[in-house]
Design a protein around this ligand. Structure first.
Ligand code: SAM
Length: 381
């Protein structure tokens, strides 16, 4: 199997950012769809994609795409796919995810059984076994059926990519690392002299992701992936991808990041997470109310994920907080850019200003908008 198609899945609204990440990694055969980006690759790109992509949820090998309106068709077309090129005879291959939307084949449990049976039949023909012990490496199969078109893929990531390994807390409302990275990317902040601030940083995800971007720290360099156990990808490919990641890290990069929160306990977690991520020395953490925000520099970029008035605060308190944030931004940070994600529909009204742009993003399944206010550019830059 020389050329393969990989699928990087992404939260709705983040697909184009993942596509840009892939372009930056040097891929060019890229197609963007709702919730996923497909790209032409080789097996050695599985380590690269898993280690370097900041905003994707998982990376899958696409096994095939076909139309099926009957169980027979699903069985025969699944059986024809080149399973033996990926799965060894001892592979563990659960059909872990099934979705069906607007399709004749809507019974997920039946589709799941049929796909499993078809893969077994394919392998029986190749390995001449009647029984597969499934005591080897894990190859989790995903089946998506949409308008009678079936896409079958195998997960290469294992734990989802937002699990970078620096956060092991169970705080109430941390944002996913992948979404936080996407928010920083959308703000176009890249580090350097320009200040960055999250005045409601919680466990620190947004400032930590910002610091990792500024220092070029690959998000997956220090964790393991399901495909590391696969015989078809050499250990060297993983070593090469990690070496490349480490060679690109720049701990001397200038980084001017301010993170604060009113909650002392959560701030302690944020500091611990930043230390685990290797970026605690470039984030200034402080316990304070947003009303105590000061201007660290004339120009900068504020990115935050405030309470939405759903889980953390009631909506009146959340809206009061947005008014305070709006006042602080216009009075103390008048030349800054502001980027705020919330599901609260009255955000702009309370913040006191219409955003230059907003973008629909999903945070943990909740429909949110990412309000983007463009600030001034430094005169001499
Ligand atoms: C949705 S959480 C942020 C989660 C964060 N992005 C993370 O990854 O953990 C909102 C945060 O706003 C903080 N907060 C609420 N009111 C505040 C205020 N008046 N001043 C500063 N922080 C406040 C809360 O303590 C909470 O940590």
């Amino acid at each position: 199997m020389e050329r393969i198609t990989l699928i990087a899945t992404a939260t709705m609204g983040v697909e184009s950012i993942v596509a840009q990440e892939l372009k930056d990694l040097g891929y060019n055969d890229i197609k963007t769809f709702n919730g996923r980006v497909e790209y032409g690759a080789e097996l050695k790109d599985i380590p690269v994609s898993n280690i370097f992509l900041r905003c994707a949820d998982r990376v899958y090998i696409k096994m095939g795409e076909f139309k099926a309106t009957s169980f027979e068709e699903l069985f025969e077309k699944t059986k024809e796919l080149p399973w033996n090129e990926i799965l060894p005879s001892n592979a563990e291959f659960p059909v872990s995810w099934i979705s069906s939307v607007k399709s004749e084949l809507f019974s997920k449990s039946d589709c799941q059984k049929i796909v499993k049976k078809a893969v077994v039949e394919n392998l029986k023909g190749v390995y001449n076994h009647e029984y597969f012990p499934e005591d080897g490496a894990l190859y989790r199969i995903k089946v998506q059926i949409n308008n009678d078109v079936v896409i079958i893929s195998i997960d290469t990531s294992g734990e989802p990519l937002h699990k970078r390994g620096y956060r092991n807390d169970n705080n109430d409302a941390p944002i996913k690392e992948t979404l936080a990275a996407a928010m920083v990317k959308l703000s176009r902040w890249k580090g350097g002299e320009r200040a960055f601030m999250d005045p409601m940083c919680g466990t620190g995800t947004i400032p930590i992701e910002a610091a990792m971007i500024a220092r070029n720290i690959a998000p997956g360099a220090n964790r393991r992936f399901a495909a590391e156990e696969w015989h078809i990808i050499s250990e060297k490919s993983w070593l090469d991808a990690r070496d490349l990641a480490y060679s690109k890290e720049d701990y001397s990069a200038n980084c001017n990041i301010y993170a604060s929160d009113i909650d002392e306990d959560v701030l302690e977690l944020a500091k611990r997470n930043a230390a685990t991520a290797g970026v605690d020395d470039c984030i200034k953490f402080e316990k304070k109310h947003i009303l105590e925000t000061e201007k660290p520099s004339e120009y900068g970029c504020l990115v935050t994920n405030p309470p939405y008035g759903e889980r953390l605060l009631d909506s009146d308190s959340a809206e009061r907080l947005y008014r305070q944030l709006g006042d602080i931004c216009s009075m103390r940070l008048p030349k800054w850019s502001y980027y705020v994600i919330t599901s609260n529909e009255k955000f702009q009204e309370n913040f006191g200003k219409k955003a230059n742009k907003n973008r629909k993003l999903y945070n943990g399944g909740l429909k949110c908008y990412y309000y983007q206010y463009y600030g001034e550019k430094p005169k001499n830059k």
